[in-house]
Design a protein around this ligand. Structure first.
Ligand SMILES: Cc1cc2nc3c(=O)[nH]c(=O)nc-3n(C[C@H](O)[C@H](O)[C@H](O)COP(=O)(O)OP(=O)(O)OC[C@H]3O[C@@H](n4cnc5c(N)ncnc54)[C@H](O)[C@@H]3O)c2cc1C
Ligand SMILES: *[C@@H]1O[C@H](CO)[C@@H](O)[C@H](O)[C@H]1NC(C)=O
Ligand SMILES: *[C@@H]1O[C@H](CO)[C@@H](O)[C@H](O)[C@H]1NC(C)=O
Ligand SMILES: *[C@@H]1O[C@H](CO)[C@@H](O)[C@H](O)[C@H]1NC(C)=O
Ligand SMILES: *[C@@H]1O[C@H](CO)[C@@H](O)[C@H](O)[C@H]1NC(C)=O
Length: 693
């Protein structure tokens, strides 16, 4: 209740500032009664002059005012006389004058069909009669049309409130995980564990979540978790139900002669107005600075999944709206006339842009070229917004688009503020081995990254200065931050080519950094924290582990499993691994391809580097291991089930798994946790650090 009022108030405020005509959000029967009377009376006779601006409010046109007064009395709708008087405010009509006109008309009412030579278009000077049955039909015909708008708004509000309710409920629970971890971690009864095992923790299907699911040969999708799927499913079902129920068909109908014209209009109005309510959250959820992330503790990834589903729903509603209005237009013979109007054409623009975006945003295109997707998305997004805005402006519904635009603009402003506060700084970029680039930048003192946070980097090079890509932040605690970037196919490949031509494969590149973004995960509140990382996914986990180690709670155990392809991968994380030696963090590294040839020159060993060449592969590896005595090395592929079972089996306290690795492996860990979470009497929680979008 409160939230919709705040929303509506904000929307109204916005348009009031802009000084625009605003559409009603909620219609009332008292106003509908007035509307029914004025429609009926105008249709039946000409009671005031064409130039009379006061219309039914004119005391001098007694026949008009008297007819209206009588009609309102016949309808006997509570509040309708006050409503009429309010609509007459500009003429200073008083209740006394109204009552006098009623008295004057009573007894003198004329049935126009009995008047000889009656001409409907000629000014008529007698008050006219209102048959009860007829005016009720008018009221029902008009009323169901406007009450349908009320349903549309209430349902639209409910669809928005759905997400707000979930956001705040999650936020409350998330807060509890930080401030009352003991309480949350003790929520571990058989029923709760079952619920978590089958509902909230698993992937939607048996495994795929972070790993993209492939279907129909070349389509991919980001599969939500089961809890997310249920939330989305519930919402989509509600949206469909809301678009299908509580229509009131009135026959005979004074507004539409044909039933399909009537129902087309009602369905069209419902879907159209309902979709308007979804536009602000649609835009809000896609923003990087969406405040709901910090309230709910949900990751940006989840909001993007919701963004896509809300987008699909609005597109569906647009299409239903278009179909409904086509039936209506055909039914009243205004189809071609309307299509010639500018606002209808803009509607087509918005609707077509929405349909194209649903296709254009699909993962298989995003994967192919993220930048092309982004460009296309922005261009189509502009058409979507402008088309929608121009389509509804005439009816005074444009403030929904204005609200959305403000949310978008706010996000952009915050992004620019973040960027400009960071400034443009020289970054040391070094290519380490064949696939990782280490970026080191000085950070301003106030710029506070946190464990698991990410930031968007813009490299000021001619080939890519307009792009910004997300990378996990590592605080090196000497006033610098570090990013470890894996070479992929776009910007990162360009950098790779550039660096490989530089002496020592390093260069100084000007960068700007937008961040830090992300939400903290509550794993720090557990006595037993297990980080499962792979490749450069270790960055965020290492940060988490170091954070915990620094606090050094005696009762806390921190364990890292890190999976890498070859010993070569140790190169770019060697410094950090050495730092683990001063902590109580227990680390196991799995090397899956231990046979890969080595060319180790990164150990800052005292012994002469050139002597490395003479050493055999085996010696190199063993001296490497010796230099990291606090780390256990295993060769071969780890088994997620084994790791999880082992950890869960041993634990004597609630346990938190945090994962960031190869998507397939992350999904394996989730599956293993789901499978084994009821094998201990302690609570087992999973926090995925990895995000894919
Ligand atoms: C929260 C988060 C943290 C990340 N942390 C790291 C990290 O610490 N180290 C690391 O190496 N990588 C990280 N990544 C992945 C990294 O953002 C992409 O690898 C990088 O953007 C690829 O750039 P490219 O132009 O070379 O990509 P391409 O070769 O063009 O694309 C490779 C893949 O990256 C995706 N991608 C491209 N641009 C973006 C973008 N702007 N936003 C999201 N996805 C994109 C594409 O869809 C594609 O699937 C992280 C991603 C996210 C979402
Ligand atoms: C008008 O409606 C009220 C209730 O709203 C009812 O009590 C009253 O009898 C009605 N008057 C007439 C004339 O029908
Ligand atoms: C009563 O109505 C008649 C017209 O219907 C009008 O001529 C006359 O002036 C009205 N009387 C008063 C007191 O308004
Ligand atoms: C009604 O009056 C208008 C002028 O006001 C006139 O043009 C029209 O022909 C009249 N209709 C009839 C049926 O007399
Ligand atoms: C008005 O007059 C017509 C024709 O005489 C009649 O059919 C109709 O019922 C009358 N309407 C009212 C409300 O008396």
């Amino acid at each position: 209740m409160v939230s919709w009022k705040a929303l509506a108030a904000a929307a109204l405020l916005l348009s009031a500032v802009a000084g625009d005509e605003v559409a009603n959000i909620i219609y009332h029967n008292r106003d509908i009664a007035v509307s029914a009377c004025s429609t009926y009376l105008t249709k039946t006779a000409t009671l005031f002059g064409a130039k009379d601006k006061k219309k039914f409010c004119n005391v001098k046109a007694q026949q008009a005012l008297g007819s209206m007064a009588n009609c309102l009395h016949v309808l006997n709708q509570t509040g309708s006389i006050d409503s009429f008087l309010r609509s007459c405010q500009h003429t200073n009509l008083t209740r006394k004058q109204f009552d006098a006109a009623y008295q004057n008309a009573t007894g003198k009412l004329v049935n126009v069909t009995t008047v000889e030579g009656f001409n409907k278009t000629k000014l008529f000077f007698e008050p006219i009669i209102t048959p009860k049955k007829k005016i009720r039909l008018y009221k029902d015909s008009i009323g169901t049309r406007y009450i349908n708008f009320n349903y549309a708004s209430w349902y639209g509000i409910a669809l928005v409130a759905y997400w707000f309710a979930l956001v705040f409920a999650s936020g409350f629970f998330n807060l509890l995980m930080f401030v009352a971890p003991g309480l949350v971690q003790s929520l571990n009864s058989g029923f709760i564990t079952k619920f978590r095992k089958y509902v909230t923790v698993p992937a939607t299907g048996s495994k795929h979540h972070t790993e993209h699911k492939r279907f129909l040969k070349f389509f991919y999708m980001v599969v939500p978790t089961r809890a997310e799927s249920l939330m989305i499913f519930g919402w989509v079902v509600l949206a469909i139900i809301f678009n299908c129920v509580s229509y009131h068909h009135v026959f005979p109908n004074t507004v539409w002669a044909l039933t399909y014209a009537e129902m087309g209009r009602k369905v069209g109005d419902r879907s159209g107005v309902m979709s308007l309510w979804l536009i602000p959250p649609l835009v809000l959820f896609a923003g990087r600075n969406n405040v709901l992330q910090w309230i709910s503790g949900w990751k940006y990834q989840r909001f993007l999944i919701l963004h896509r589903w809300i987008a699909r729903a609005t597109t569906l509603l647009f299409v239903v709206h278009a179909v409904g209005m086509t039936f209506n237009g055909r039914g009243i013979g205004k189809y071609d006339l309307r299509n010639a109007k500018e606002y209808v054409r803009w509607g087509y623009v918005g609707c077509i842009a929405a349909c194209l975006m649903c296709f254009q945003g699909l993962l298989f295109l995003r994967k192919r070229s993220y930048e092309a997707f982004l460009m296309g998305h922005i261009v189509l997004g502009v058409l979507y917004m402008v088309g929608g805005y121009r389509h509804v402006k005439e009816d005074g519904y444009h403030y929904f688009y204005m609200t959305a635009f403000c949310l978008w603009a706010l996000d952009r402003v915050l992004r620019i503020v973040r960027l400009s506060f960071f400034g443009i700084k020289p970054a040391e970029v070094e290519l380490m081995g064949e696939e990782i680039m280490r970026v080191t930048v000085d950070k301003p003192a106030w710029w506070k990254p946190f464990a698991g946070s990410h930031a968007f980097i813009t490299f000021f090079r001619p080939s890519c200065f307009w792009q910004s890509h997300p990378f996990t932040v590592l605080d090196s605690h000497d006033g610098k931050i570090v990013f470890l970037i894996k070479v992929k196919g776009g910007v990162t490949h360009g950098l790779y080519k550039f660096l490989s031509k530089q002496p020592n494969q390093r260069a100084t590149i000007k960068v700007s950094i937008e961040g830090p973004y992300g939400v903290r995960n509550p794993s720090s509140r557990y006595d037993n924290v297990v980080c499962v990382g792979g490749g450069n996914g270790i960055v965020g986990l290492y940060y988490i582990a170091m954070d915990l180690a620094k606090r050094a709670r005696a009762s806390q155990r921190v364990k890292i499993y890190w999976v890498i392809r070859s010993y070569l991968n140790l190169q770019w994380f060697y410094k950090e691994l050495q730092q683990l030696s001063n902590t109580n963090v227990d680390t196991t590294i799995y090397v899956t391809d231990s046979l890969k040839p080595l060319n180790i020159n990164f150990m800052d060993s005292e012994d002469d580097k050139s002597s490395n060449d003479e050493k055999s592969e085996k010696d190199l590896i063993s001296s490497l291991k010796e230099s990291l005595p606090h780390i256990e090395f295993m060769e071969g592929r780890p088994d997620a089930e084994q790791i999880v079972l082992n950890e869960i089996g041993q634990t004597i306290s609630p346990i938190a798994f945090t994962t960031c690795a190869h998507p397939g492996f992350v999904d394996d860990v989730r599956k293993a946790i789901v499978h084994n979470m009821d094998k201990t009497k302690h609570r087992v929680d999973l926090f995925e650090e990895i995000q894919v979008w």
